[in-house]
Design a protein around this ligand. Structure first.
Ligand SMILES: [Ca+2]
Length: 270
């Protein structure tokens, strides 16, 4: 019989008399009115911190996300606190103010997310936008995987031109416009049926292109992002060639059945 088996047997037959659980919470190690609970971890306890405090012992001031912290928005924990991403029509640190937006302006981290479009055979988006600059930026993006692998479609400003790209699984189509001007309203329509795509700017000539390979079906599962991408979840497919969001204004987006028209609302006085 070897030693290790003897030890194992000893443990099995160890008698327990008068033993109780070690009370690691008696002296409440949690700061700032944190609530201590015994737990099977290194410390032997866990602290539940009140709103406003973070850390294993609730020692750090700075709020973390909690239910309703951002109203109807989304709460993202950040070092030293949290940040609210507000839904459309809401603004403020806690998304608690209403705002009427007629021409949404997009900064680096802004975006609008539509439900996943049905795009297997056909896909079309119409947009009116005014670039603050013609720096590279994503105007529209939708993909099969959040990781950026698989199928995708995108419309981006790249090297001062609009680029409509899509990949149904056997290679990327890249359809480019002529150079565009900054500070002017631009109307763009992109359209795709199976391997064939087209791009039209300001009712000008239609530019056509085709994706290589045999694959026809565009398989999309993420939201359809306009003006930028949810960087906390989404890694842009490398074939898009652009990662940053668009900087400028958007007055109209159509991807049936989703339609956002801000300019008409202003004209109606809504
Ligand atoms: Ca596909």
């Amino acid at each position: 019989m070897n030693d290790s088996k003897d030890q194992f047997t000893d443990v099995l037959w160890c008698l327990q008399v008068g033993i109780s659980s070690c009370e690691t919470c008696v002296s409440n190690p949690c700061n700032n009115n944190g609530v201590c609970q015994e737990a099977y971890n290194e410390r032997g306890h866990k602290c539940f911190c009140p709103a406003g405090f973070l850390g294993e012992l609730c020692e750090n001031a700075g709020e973390s996300c909690y239910d309703g912290a951002c109203g109807t928005g989304r709460c993202i924990n950040k070092p030293g606190g949290f940040e609210c991403y507000c839904p459309f029509g809401k603004i403020g640190d806690r998304c608690n103010q209403d705002i009427s937006i007629y021409e949404p302006a997009f900064g680096d981290e802004a975006y609008i997310a539509f439900p996943t479009p049905w795009a297997r055979r056909r896909f079309a988006v119409d947009m009116n936008f005014k670039p603050e600059s013609v720096d590279d930026g994503v105007l529209m993006y939708c993909a099969q995987m959040e990781s950026g692998s698989g199928d995708f479609t995108s419309l981006a400003i790249r090297n001062k031109r609009l680029e409509f790209r899509f990949n149904s699984g056997s290679g990327t189509a890249n359809i480019q416009s002529e150079p565009i001007a900054e500070g002017e309203w631009i109307k763009v329509r992109v359209n795709r049926t199976d391997k064939l795509g087209s791009l039209m700017v300001n009712d000008g000539p239609m530019v056509n292109g085709e994706s290589p390979g045999k694959n026809l079906g565009l398989n999309l599962l993420t939201h359809l992002f306009i003006g930028g991408i949810d960087n906390s979840r989404i890694q842009v497919a490398s074939d898009v060639g652009v990662k940053s969001g668009f900087k400028g204004c958007v007055s109209e987006v159509r991807n049936e059945p989703n339609v956002c028209v801000w300019r008409e609302e202003r004209e109606r006085g809504v």
